[in-house]
Design a protein. Sequence first.
Length: 94
Amino acid sequence: MTSLAASRRNILLLATAQAMYSMCAITVFATASLAGLLLAPKPSMATLPITTFVAGSALATVPVSLAMQRWGRQPVFMLGAIMSFVGAGISTYA
């Protein structure tokens, strides 16, 4: 595979992954606020899960990028995946 062909393939894969992530995020935002409205003790707290998601992403960006610079992408992504599984397990238990 030539360098140009590899670059085009990578661009297509990254664009597809970004589109899939965007669809997922939009779905989560739409359903989380509806679920929050049903579960929250006050309607004003319905979007609290979405707010914590966005705030957590914003606060984690710089530390995670520094960790990737220090230890590499794969170990940091693996740590993130493990933390996601633990969080999902705690959510399921709750």
